[in-house]
Design a protein around this ligand. Structure first.
Ligand code: GLC
Length: 664
């Protein structure tokens, strides 16, 4: 069995960290004061002190084998001081506000929009022209897909970065990025970009130096002279892209070695056990923060640390890397957040939000992948029981943090339905996953969905699914048949799923095109950049002609746009929907319905009822009491209501309808 470090701080470690801090401060204090002035200098030091024990411990565990952690820490703090010194006033003001109001990102008014710069608006300057459109939708948080200079040729949608210091010239310049951030901030919006830290492109200067024979840079990557170590690792390593990029190592002639490539052969995994890699990546984050980036989506976070004999995901050190990175970024730029992209089993997800032996600040936000998967599962099964069981098991995020919730993103949907959850409702996990694959690929008789299989494994029958929300919700077939009832059902499904991500707590993220019910891009394969990767079918270019129709309630676009904008308006007023609270599924007596109570600390609860069935369903009104509502009123709903729809002691929900109830 591999040895895994115990991550419980010991008194001896704490004493060592305290001594390290005491040794650091005397020389640092006058320098911080000189660089930042007395007030900001002391604030800088205070931030360092607050996070110091966890930060120091993390660096000891990660790097003591290779370097003196105290000297490393001192050097990293220097980088933070330089970044803090150069930080523009506009950003310092934001930092100030956010230090006063650390829960700034948790407010219910926040709604996200996620898009590719080129597909949404051509360039970064073009995005600035579209901010009114986003505001109309209720967007306060804009995540732009990878926008740094990628490698030429296939680059996994920008996830193969060739230069972290340069914006992709097709999209604009760093000055454009800065200008966009300034515009967003002026509107009370924030900017999220990807931090691709597990790997660089084979064409990144570090990789080029390694290929040219520079040993220092060869050590930035995981390179092996022969197959013995790779073979040993591969015994327990799952493949991420078995179809298109089998194996996890790639032979490179110039390196004369096998380089670790978890994803594609031209995405080289960095060796995070090398402290220089840590320092380089910290600098990347500091530099992008200086451009005005507010949130970093930490791409593929669980993969950064490798351990023989494991699947090399979610190792304890991966958490330490995130904790150390976050602590240092916060010292320099306290308004900046980390958001974890960790597609891991639900029971370990909250660790990315700092839920360890004690709260160790880690990421501020994390994708609630389980909710996304369960929503699609419920929609296909027309059943709310499995989502009730699965979401009951998910631990709440620590109060300082929150989920990002989403219906769809740029990736495929992997059927992370656990056997235990399935068994809890009397289903067979394997059979249900097979059903979902068949259903969303359209093979299942009577399926409304038009998705495609992604990375199908013919041996096991396992596969993930590509396709836009609208296509997976049945809009293609409905429009082809020109059947108004089917169109209505498809649109209701789209809105139903979004109603949950808008009311489950956290920041809801709208994937580009969903607001216009854009269907699969049938021409994805003709774009050479797609490189045979069918995830491009659900990464559409914004159809601005369709967007013009968004004000017309007689159109598909008008209906969906208005409903989604309505959800963001409705949630803004609900304290219960602030991130960091708890969502508690409440079982109800109709299997088609998913009910949950949402509360933030001691706020008045919000009860959401979601009917995944096609027809009207009713649930016992006792759920109102169980949710703690008094004199309930409708806060928002799929269909207009004069009053709470109660008939004979039962709450009535129309097919594919939802209700948000609060105390009157
Ligand atoms: C993340 C991204 C995915 C990408 C991978 C490698 O999982 O979401 O699109 O392929 O990382 O960067």
């Amino acid at each position: 069995m591999p040895t895994v470090p115990a991550l419980r701080s010991t008194p001896a470690q704490r004493a060592r960290s305290t001594a390290a801090l005491a040794a650091l401060l005397p020389a640092l204090r006058p320098r911080a004061t000189e660089a930042l002035g007395r007030l900001d200098g002391e604030a800088f030091l205070a931030r360092l002190e607050v996070g110091f024990l966890d930060l120091h411990e993390a660096l000891v565990v990660l790097y003591a084998p290779r370097t003196d952690p105290d000297r490393l820490l001192a050097a990293l703090v220097e980088r933070c001081l330089a970044a803090a010194t150069d930080r523009r006033e506009e950003l310092r003001l934001l930092d100030r506000r956010r230090e006063v109001d650390p829960g700034w990102f948790q407010r219910a008014r926040h709604c996200g929009y996620v898009a590719y710069v080129d597909r949404f608006a051509g360039t970064l300057a073009g995005v600035r022209e579209r901010l009114d459109y986003l505001a109309e939708l209720g967007t306060t948080y804009l995540h732009l897909m990878p926008l740094l200079k990628p490698r030429p040729g296939p680059n996994d949608g920008g996830y193969a970065v060739a230069d972290y210091r340069e914006v992709d010239p097709r999209l604009g310049t760093t000055a454009d990025l800065r200008a966009l951030a300034t515009d967003l901030h002026g509107r009370g919006m924030s900017l999220c970009v990807d931090l691709v830290l597990n790997h660089t492109a084979r064409e990144h200067p570090w990789a080029e130096a390694a290929r040219a024979g520079d040993g220092r840079y060869r050590d930035y990557y995981l390179v092996f002279d022969d197959r013995s170590v790779p073979d040993a690792f591969e015994r327990t390593l799952p493949e991420v892209f078995p179809d298109t990029a089998p194996g996890s190592f790639t032979w490179d002639d110039e390196l004369a070695g096998w380089v670790w490539t978890t994803f594609n052969p031209w995405q080289w995994d960095l060796d995070w056990a090398n402290p220089e890699v840590f320092a380089e990546m910290l600098q990347v984050v500091l530099d992008l923060s200086a451009q005005g980036v507010d949130v970093f989506r930490v791409d593929a976070a669980p993969f950064v640390w490798k351990r023989m004999g494991t699947d090399c995901q979610d190792q304890p050190e991966a958490h330490l890397v995130l904790q150390a990175l976050r602590a240092l970024v916060r010292v320099a730029a306290p308004g900046v957040l980390l958001k974890a992209e960790a597609i891991v089993p639900p029971e370990v997800l909250v660790k990315y939000l700092g839920d360890h032996d004690h709260y160790r600040p880690e990421c501020d936000l994390a994708y609630n992948n389980q909710l996304m998967v369960q929503l699609w599962s419920s929609l296909a099964a027309r059943d709310g029981r499995l989502i009730t069981a699965a979401m009951s098991r998910l631990r709440p995020p620590p109060p300082q943090t929150g989920w990002v919730t989403y219906v769809r993103g740029h990736d495929d949907i992997g059927w992370a339905v656990s056997d235990a959850d399935a068994a809890a409702v009397g289903w067979d996990g394997h059979a249900h996953r097979r059903f979902l694959i068949d259903f969303y690929s359209g093979r299942f008789p009577g399926s409304f969905a038009r998705g495609a299989l992604f990375q199908e494994d013919p041996a096991s029958g396992d596969a993930r699914i590509s396709g836009t929300t609208a296509s997976l919700c049945g809009l293609d077939r409905a429009l082809e048949l020109a059947d108004p009832a089917l169109v209505d059902a498809a649109l209701r499904r789209i809105v139903l799923l979004h109603s949950v991500v808008h009311s489950y707590g956290g920041i809801p993220l709208l994937w580009t095109g969903d607001e216009l019910a854009q269907r699969n891009d049938l021409f994805w394969a003709t774009d050479p950049a797609s490189d045979g990767d069918n995830r491009w079918m659900h990464r559409p270019r914004t159809d601005w002609a369709a967007a013009e129709r968004r004000g017309d309630p007689a159109t598909v676009e008008g209906r969906v746009f208005a409903a989604l904008a309505g959800l963001s308006r409705a949630r803004a007023a609900q304290l219960a929907l602030r991130a960091g609270g708890e969502s508690t599924p409440l079982g109800v007596d109709d299997p088609g319905v998913f009910a949950y109570r949402r509360r933030h600390q001691r706020s008045e609860p919000l009860l959401a009822l979601v009917n995944f069935a096609d027809g009207t369903r009713t649930v016992g009104a006792d759920v109102l009491d169980r949710a703690g509502l008094t004199d309930p009123v409708v806060a928002h709903a799929s269909d207009p209501h004069d009053a709470v729809p109660l008939v004979d002691g039962r709450l009535v929900l129309p097919g594919l309808g939802f209700l948000w109830l609060v105390s009157g």
